[in-house]
Design a protein around this ligand. Sequence first.
Ligand SMILES: Nc1nc2c(ncn2[C@@H]2O[C@H](COP(=O)(O)OP(=O)(O)OP(=O)(O)O)[C@@H](O)[C@H]2O)c(=O)[nH]1
Ligand SMILES: Nc1nc2c(ncn2[C@@H]2O[C@H](COP(=O)(O)OP(=O)(O)OP(=O)(O)O)[C@@H](O)[C@H]2O)c(=O)[nH]1
Ligand SMILES: [Ca+2]
Ligand SMILES: [Ca+2]
Length: 625
Amino acid sequence: MSDDETLADVRIVLIGDEGCGKTSLVMSLLEDEWVDAVPRRLDRVLIPADVTPENVTTSIVDLSIKEEDENWIVSEIRQANVICVVYSVTDESTVDGIQTKWLPLIRQSFGEYHETPVILVGNKSDGTANNTDKILPIMEANTEVETCVECSARTMKNVSEIFYYAQKAVIYPTRPLYDADTKQLTDRARKALIRVFKICDRDNDGYLSDTELNDFQKLCFGIPLTSTALEDVKRAVSDGCPDGVANDSLMLAGFLYLHLLFIERGRHETTWAVLRKFGYETSLKLSEDYLYPRITIPVGCSTELSPEGVQFVSALFEKYDEDKDGCLSPSELQNLFSVCPVPVITKDNILALETNQRGWLTYNGYMAYWNMTTLINLTQTFEQLAYLGFPVGRSGPGRAGNTLDSIRVTRERKKDLENHGTDRKVFQCLVVGAKDAGKTVFMQSLAGRGMADVAQIGRRHSPFVINRVRVKEESKYLLLREVDVLSPQDALGSGETSADVVAFLYDISNPDSFAFCATVYQKYFYRTKTPCVMIATKVEREEVDQRWEVPPEEFCRQFELPKPIKFSTGNIGQSSSPIFEQLAMMAVYPHLRRVFYLNDSNLLSKITFGAAIVALAGFLVLKNL
Ligand SMILES: Nc1nc2c(ncn2[C@@H]2O[C@H](COP(=O)(O)OP(=O)(O)OP(=O)(O)O)[C@@H](O)[C@H]2O)c(=O)[nH]1
Ligand SMILES: Nc1nc2c(ncn2[C@@H]2O[C@H](COP(=O)(O)OP(=O)(O)OP(=O)(O)O)[C@@H](O)[C@H]2O)c(=O)[nH]1
Ligand SMILES: [Ca+2]
Ligand SMILES: [Ca+2]
C-alpha cells in the first residue's frame, strides 16, 4: 500500500467478469463523460474528501481478471472496505459469474461470515435489457450483498450514485445493525441502543418524554423536532409496535422499533449518527479514544474527580435512587451500572464502602467508590464514565466528547509539602500489621461495620476501605489500604510505599505483634517523609510486654513518632472515630509531622502554621484517648 493509499477512508474495489465495463465506469466517473477507448485497467484512483458527498477520501481499485493473478486479486479484496461486483445487464453469463465466482472468492478472502459489504452493479443498462429478476434472488440469498444498482457508463446513468452508495455502505454499514435473516436488529445494535435509551431517559422513568426526545434529537442532529414531527414519530411507532408508545411517550421497545424502521427504509445514517454520538465505532464497540482518553500523570500527582465529574456521578445517584431513600438497593445499583460491560460493585468489593443496615450502598459509600477508583484505577473510572455517558453532549466542534473533563490532576505532592497546603481531596493510608492484629476490624470500622459484621464477612475480604472523613470544616476521603505483607521480609511495592500516611497496628495482647510493625517501619518508612503512627488494638484485653528491644512508647519517642493511639472498643464500627480524623489530618498536613510527635498544645500555640493550626488544636485534644 502506498502512503496515499493508507490515507483513504474508504477503499472500493471493482471486480467482475471480463468486459462488463469496470474500467469504463471508473473513467466515466473521473471524466464525467463517456470515454470510448479505455485502457485494460486503470491505476489506483484517489478521490479527495472534499469532492465526495460524505467527505471521505476514497480510493478506487480497478481490477482486470486477465491481467491480475488470483493471489493479487485476493490481496486487493482483503484491503477493500466495500466491493462492487460488476456484471453486464446484456450478458447473462456475467450474472452467473456473481454466484459461481465472485461472491465465493470474496468469502474465501475474508472468511465465510465477513462483514465487508458487496454492491452488485449491473452495467450497460443503456438499452432495454435488465436483469432485475435474476439479481433480486441473489441479493436475498447472500446477506453480504448490501444493494444492487443498474447503471451505464455510456449514458452516465447512476455512475456517481454507485460510488456514493459504496461509500455509504462503508460509513453506515448495515450488517452490524441489522440481521437480514431474522429482519431484526442485531444483538449488539440492540445493546448499544438500549444504552442510548437509558442515558437519554434522564429521569429514569422508562419513557422518553417529548422533552427528552427533543434533547436527544438536538444532541444527535443539532436541531429540535417540530411538534408535528414528534407526533409523526410516535404515530409511526405505535402503528407498527403496539407497546412502543405509552403515556404519549416513547418506550424502549418503541425506540428500538424506530431504529428498525430507519434501517429498513435505508436510512442507516440516522441510526449511525445516533450511535456515533454515543461513542460507537463501526464494530459497535465504544472507540478507544472515547473510553480511554490520553492523559499523563506526572510523578507525585494523583487523580481526583473534577467538579464536573462529581456533579455527573452524583446526578446519576439521584436518577437511580428511585425510592429516594438515599441508598441504592441491589436492583437500583444494578440498574445504574447496567450500561457498563461488567458489574463494578460486587458482593466482595462493596465491603470497601459504607452500606446501610441492609447492606445497601449509601450515597456516601457511592461517592467514596468513585473517589477510590479515580485514585487507584483511573482507567476504570474513565471506562465506566464513558459507558455511563459522561462524554455525551460534551463534544466540541470537530472533537468527540471524552471523559477527560471528569478528572483533575492534583498538584505534585512535593509542591504541596513546600507550600504547606494541599487542595487534594483523597488520601491513601496504608494499614500494616501482623496476622490477626485486627486490621480488618479496624478498616471495616471506617465503613461503619463493627465486630459482628466483620464476623459475618468471614474470609471475604476487600483490601480497601474508603469513606469521607472531616478534616477541619472540609470533607476529605480517607482510603485505607491493607498491605499484604505476611512477614516483614516481604518487599513493598512503590505503590505501597507512596501512601500519604501509614497506620501500624499491633495487638497489645500478643507479645509478637509489635515486632512486625517496628521492623516494617524501620525497613521502609524510617527517614521518609511519610507520616506514620502506631495504633494499639484489642486494648480492652490485658496488655503484655512486647518482644522488642524497647516498648512501643519508647520506640515512638526514639523515632519521633506520635505516641501509640489506642483503638478502643468504643471506636469499633464508628466511621467518625477520631482515629480516622487523625489519620486524614496527618495525610493532609504531612509537614506537621514533628508537631504530631511533640503533642504539646502550648508549644503549638506559639508556632504559626496558618489555617492548619486551628484544626490541629482540636485534633490534639481528641488524640488523648
Ligand atoms: N453499451 C455499453 N457498453 C459499455 C458500457 N461500459 C463499457 N462498455 C463497453 O464494454 C467493453 C468493455 O469495457 P471495459 O471497461 O474495458 O470493461 P472491463 O470490465 O474493464 O474489462 P476487463 O478489464 O477486460 O475485465 C468496452 O467495449 C466498452 O466500450 C456501457 O455502459 N454500455
Ligand atoms: N477483643 C478484641 N478483639 C478484636 C479486636 N480487633 C480484632 N479483634 C479480633 O481479632 C481477630 C483478628 O481480627 P482481624 O481484624 O481479622 O485481624 P487481621 O489483622 O485483619 O487478620 P489477618 O487478616 O488474618 O491478618 C478477630 O477474631 C477479631 O474479632 C479488638 O479491638 N478487641
Ligand atoms: Ca478493465
Ligand atoms: Ca423519562
